[in-house]
Design a protein around this ligand. Structure first.
Ligand code: BES
Ligand code: MN
Ligand code: ZN
Length: 459
């Protein structure tokens, strides 16, 4: 983690590069007469310097520092504050968070280079700074640390990230916090008649796990987060073509996000009652796999006609949504890398989300904006229901055409969520599973939508 402190005076240390902000288009580094390195960062035109650009600015500074092997930065916070609408603690939180997010790299499997890693180690915010700034820094770092932990989990190769390991990681993440973790084993999953989870898990030698986490920050009905925990998605017997399989160790990103969102809520001591449910399975082709044409009986009693074993996420989420009912939730949000189609619809800059509740939709979009972790709504209109009507079972697990796949997947989930008796939202985070170049983040897992969830839970 970067050490970030605040100071009223400009640090006079040669090894510390000074970051200054100006209303211009370019950025550069230069060496001053006294050997001091100065980084001048152009923010563009002040009136066009939106909050969206402010999320990216600190990441660009870290990229510049890393490229130049600069380890210590003095940031003229006062100067930046004058150029943005986001002030004080909100501004320092955003800066600290994005510095830390940009500093992260998944190096667990890399040999350390002789010259060492390029990480930034220390940052001082200086200038005339208000009292709230320090608190903003602490909170920003805490949030980023948890998002980075989520990215680390998602980046871990599929061979090492099995359902069992995911469950262990959930326990590890919760250590030292008020989050209680329970893991249901296969026998208990059977007893609960979770036919969806059992069906998908059938092809793997790894047994399924059902991870339950609970943080009771207040005595009230809980908000339940549900996260897809497919630790590797080969597609099963409906095997994926190779170019679509290589990133499927990240198909537990929704689960990782749920795990770290609830742990973060506990670390921030939010006065909320939160539950996280993560059905964890591996989707493999083998002699014991579930087959296209199989009909699974979900925990709710509904039967699922499996037309494509690669549409496995919705099947395991169906059982998790049914299980959520036990908690008498006041709200349920599921998070899943559910469809390539969501990416087709939105590109890779926002997750798709679905809800019947307009007020909830508004709050999710706003939380996404605040977090720089964007979501956009797609419809759940009843007309789409036709596309998942079953022939031999109650519902089919794919749409009847190849169009609108993100929507038919959401309609499938709605068939189970409608029994919850509370508002529900589904976030299809497939578009944001991995970072893209313009995110200015390391390659691999982007850590979405932990930032959004925590902004949402805070309010
Ligand atoms: N995990 C995939 C979706 C996915 C694709 C996530 C790319 C992230 C990046 C999901 O299980 C899947 O295979 N979905 C299929 C559904 C189809 C068979 C109806 C898809 O989207 O193609
Ligand atoms: Mn799949
Ligand atoms: Zn999947």
């Amino acid at each position: 983690m970067i050490r970030i402190t605040c100071s009223q005076t400009k640090p006079e240390r040669k090894e510390m590069a000074l970051v200054r902000f100006e209303e211009r288009n370019d950025s550069w580094t230069r060496v001053l007469q006294n050997d001091q390195i100065e980084i001048v960062v152009g923010i563009g035109k002040k009136k066009e310097f939106t909050e969206r650009k402010l999320h990216l600015l600190p990441r660009k500074i870290i990229a510049l520092a890393k490229a130049n092997r600069i380890k210590k930065l003095g940031v003229c916070f006062e100067e930046l504050e004058k150029l943005t609408r986001v002030k004080g603690g909100a501004c320092s939180e955003l800066l600290a968070k994005n510095f830390e997010l940009a500093n992260f790299e998944f190096i667990e499997y890399k040999t350390k280079p002789e010259e060492g890693w390029r990480f930034v180690e220390e940052i001082i915010f200086f200038g005339n700074i208000s009292a709230s700034v320090k608190k903003g820094v602490e909170e920003g770092l805490l949030i980023a640390e948890e998002i980075n932990a989520c990215r680390r989990l998602a980046n871990t190769p599929g061979g090492e990230m099995t359902p069992k390991v995911l469950a262990k990681e959930a326990e590890q993440a919760a250590k030292g916090t008020k989050v209680k973790v329970t893991v249901l084993e296969k026998a208990e999953i059977k007893k609960l008649k979770m036919g969806g989870i059992l069906g998908v898990a059938e092809g793997s030698k790894e047994e399924p796990k059902f991870i339950i986490m609970e943080y009771a920050g207040k005595a009230e009905k809980p908000i339940v987060l549900v996260g897809k925990g497919v630790t590797f998605d080969t597609g099963g017997l409906s095997l994926k073509p190779e170019q679509y399989m290589n990133e499927m160790h990240m198909d537990m990103s929704g689960g990782a996000a749920a795990i770290h969102a609830i742990v973060l809520a506990a670390k921030l001591k939010l006065k909320k009652h939160i539950v996280a449910l993560i059905p964890a399975v591996e989707n493999m082709p083998s002699g014991s796999s579930y087959r296209p044409g199989d009909i699974l009986r979900a925990m709710s009693g509904k039967t699922i006609e499996v037309l494509n074993t690669d549409a496995e996420g919705r099947i395991i989420l169906a059982d998790a949504l049914t299980y959520a009912k036990k908690f008498e939730p006041r709200l349920v949000i599921d998070v899943a890398t559910l469809t390539g189609s969501a990416m087709g619809a939105l590109g890779q800059r926002a997750s798709a989300f679905f809800t019947k509740d307009d007020a909830l939709a508004k709050r999710l979009i706003e939380a996404g904006e605040r977090a720089g972790d964007y979501v956009w709504r797609l419809p759940l209109w009843e007309e789409y229901g036709e596309e998942i009507q079953g022939t031999f079972g109650d519902i089919i697990n794919t749409g009847k055409t190849r169009y609108g796949g993100a929507i038919t997947a959401a309609m499938f989930l709605y068939e189970f969520a409608k029994d919850l008796g509370c508002p529900w939202a589904h976030i299809d985070m497939a578009p944001r599973m991995t970072s893209i170049e313009s995110d200015c983040l390391a390659k691999g897992a982007a850590g979405a939508p932990v930032g959004l969830l925590i902004e949402f839970l805070k309010k």
